[in-house]
Design a protein around this ligand. Sequence first.
Ligand code: MG
Length: 404
Amino acid sequence: MKPVPATRRVWAIVPAAGSGARFAASSQEAAPKQYAPLLGATVLEWSLRALLAEPRVQGVVVALAAQDGRWPAIASKLDSAKLQTTIGGRNRQDSVLNGLESLASQAGAEDWILVHDAARPCLSGEDLKALLDAIDAPGFELSAGGGAVLAAPIVDTVKRQMQGEVTTVDRQGLWRALTPQVFGFERLRGALQDAAHAGIVVTDEAQAMERMGLRPVLVAGSPFNVKITRAEDLVIAGNILRTTEGSSMRVGQGFDVHAFGEGDHVILGGVRIAHPKGVVAHSDGDVVIHALCDALLGAMGDGDIGRHFPDSDPRYRGADSRVFLRVVAERMRAAGLKLINADVTVLAEAPRIAAHRGEMSENLAADLDAPAQRINIKATTTERLGFIGRGEGLAAMASVLLGP
Ligand code: MG
């Protein structure tokens, strides 16, 4: 454990190893709830977003299931130096303990640890800031016994049904505990270890602190900070995010060029078109599909074709570019997005593509699982100007619109 720095730093732990039995029972989705698609991303990405964006948070540890094949794609998409992972445990408190162990060499005993549910995708930057402002307030530690919890007052009348008898619970002073919850590193570790030794499974970290006689304070948070438990909660979260995040439409553009070389055909939109020249390319040099892939990846905020299918990779030598398009389509589906429309322009003096446009649209539509009439293919010459005009190569531009 490093010495305590003058300022207590803030770290976050997100237990994301659960299989979500209640969610699975209510959903068609094979994925656990933290990986369910939500407005162009997954629930987990949304849940991490506010933590990664908050400058006071030094690092975020995500505790994952041991055989988690879905995380690497999300890590590459989030592309944040703050992200770390560890293997989660059998339950939430074991996962949080594993997260604390993985931070032990970086965090001080008095550093703050935020714990946030992987399935709370609507946490706002404002609520996170309010929670961190509360622990930064002078004298906080003395009065609060070491922690703070985002919470929302209960506004409904609360009923308890036990053995067939219904009674009304006085809602005076009742709050719903949300996350993040924030505690001192060493106190949280001690409290969770103590609960584990006593065989007690806590449902939030504050409960473990309360067992130790500590009194976390409640910080009023937004009721929009909902937890995904059942499939229908995704609809609620989606509507909240649409309101708070604005439009969920995503636009992207792509451009690709290949030089003409030896050969007797070119491939455009997956269609082989006879031509006195071929194209110089590592793959099949299909500029239509390359521009389209780049537009799709751009709309998803997911890098570019070179990052996913590098020229240096021998697997892609002579590759059928439709394979690239299908991989990109799968990423789009996993992100909860669909193609609304695509518009592609081929720039070439020759070959003429008019006779092939229908087949090209059909190919692209099949790979993208979209109606062919939503994929427009057009062509232009460059009036004999520039490298395209001189017949040295051809290019394509693509624009796409994606939506949930
Ligand atoms: Mg290319």
